[in-house]
Design a protein around this ligand. Sequence first.
Ligand SMILES: [Zn+2]
Length: 708
Amino acid sequence: MTTTTPADRVTSAPAPAPALAVVRRLGPLDVLVFAAWCGLASGLLEVGTRVLSRSMDPTGRLYTMSRHFVWLGPLVDLLIFSGFGLVLAMVTKRWPRRGGWLGPRLILFWAVLPVLLIADPRIYLEAWVLLAWGIAVCWAPALERSATQSRRWMFRSFPGLLGIVLALAGLVFGGDRLKQWREADRPWPPAHSPNVLLIVLDTVRADHLSLYGYPRPTTPALQRLARRGIRFEQARAAAPWTLPSHASLFTGRWPHELAVKWRTPWQGSFPTLAEYLGAHGYATAGFVANTLYCSYDTGLDRGFTHYEDYLLEGLSPVRTAYLGDLTLKALAHLVQNVGGSLDPGPARAWQESLLRLVLTPDLVKREAASINRQFLDWLARRPQPGRPFFVFLNYSDTHSAYLLPPGASYRFGVKPQSPADYQLLEQWPELDKLELPQRDRTLAQDSYDNCLAYLDERLGELLDELQRRGALDQTMVIVTADHGEGLGEHELFDHGESLYRPEIRVPLVMVLPQRDQLGVVVNDPVSLRDLPATIADLAGLGTGAPFPGRSLARLWRDPARSSAAAGAGDAVLSELASPNPINPNRGRSPARRGPLISLAEGDFVYIRNQGDGTEELFDERDDPRELTNRARAAAMQPVLQRFRDRLDQMLSSRQAFRPRDSSAAFPAPAVVVPARSGRRTGSASESLLDWDMVRVYTSRIPSRWQHR
Ligand SMILES: [Zn+2]
């Protein structure tokens, strides 16, 4: 504080400055206390902003982090800001005038900026930076004028803020415990009710399984399983991407009834399979590898008592705070870019360790072995081991990047040989695949097969272990996939881009506990949306299940029906409202012209683009690769008209499925990533979300970095 002395008054002619103009600088202790308080307060504000903004407008709002963020985030912010405050306190001690001025402004800036970015991620980073700095510069003088009172007030309010954090933690843990109590109190299902094990292999196209005649032995374990049960030749997903497909197979609803968007959680109220089986006394649990689109965050956990998605291991908790998340991603980016140019040696090994540390487990694709372990641990530890269970497993090993975990061997075809090969596979979704040499595309296809074989082996291990524990004989096992994967057909790659067969036709195998359906094959087209009705039927819980659709059991209970002629099947719809925002095909997806809807019946599949009215008709029996569009063939007009009428009838009797405003329904991708070394564009926050979307599935760092 500036002071005057009697001597000053004698020697200086003008009067001293009035007290109001006196500027006080904060001392080192003030800075430290202020930083810690701001960390906790800002963390709580972040949580409130996340929750509030998502509840007000869920569009584009996925948390993409553990549900424990509500209490962990503020604590992480407290640590980050305390460390930051310590540094600023030391600076203030060394340079009292400059440090005392800069400290509170920097703290305020970093406390305000994340909240603004979370509140509206669509605004450009530069705008929020300017506003945050403006707020910091405006508020800091008020703090400096009443430093003593402010410090006292911070000390007094700190326990209150900590109390809020503890209360939030109590809500999360208390909610879990409440679910467990409710489950334990429910009457058990009728005697001899089977366990239900629903296994969803994320991104598995049926025609690459040796189970369906693929020449490479990719799925011997599934073949062994199918010999004990029922194999569906023409199972079709309701949507070519994860969230609507899972939501459909949990509820029996078509995607247009579910209103799911790429970055919007599913918030429907339709009863789910987990809710239904849980209400009938089943213990319910889910274990998911695809955290982005299957976690609690998306709403798919509804009805499950136990749900494991984001793991809190290593530095994962740091990601629950915005600044922590940002720091880790920036570090990972930096280390990856530097490490990519290094030759093998101690420097590369050191960087590999660093990268493993900063790329927290929830940003790296989880392996099948990890899902198996989580499930088997839960099975061994559950408090009521005799209670029948409904378990949902989601495996993501065949999702891009098509890389095996460290130590696993590539069995088929071209194997990744060089750092460039690993880089290619990691960046696969972002690349313009048509511009790549054929050898690179073959590498990707062969790697996909290798990942499939790896997944099948883990699946075999799980089934063997369940057999060893005596659980398999009381368990109904359903193995399927949420969608397939384009590997170049129709010049399309990845998924969520079309309704062509590579993305829609999926494996489906069912094994019933009594094993009275050995080796049955169902040839009719069936939709995964009928799974809830089928499972409710096979579980023998009586009539009155709340799921639309019909039990698929009719197809093997009545052999005449099962071998019925083409065209006799139930409606098998698939839908895609908008294309993959990662834009894996550089705008070539037909979904960029409008929403797609398809209907399969007998040997035919009819695809309509609701945007430009394009129609396609394929004869799947004669043309399984869907090379010839027969919509214009004169002989096909009666068939075409039948499909049109059927589709129109279905859609008119349900919620409208019309092309919406084209700019709203089909925005240009938020992030455009030119090949390999290109620069991303888009707002900073959008880039961060897309970074999540890309990195979650392209980060198999251990594999790439293991290469020598
Ligand atoms: Zn998926």
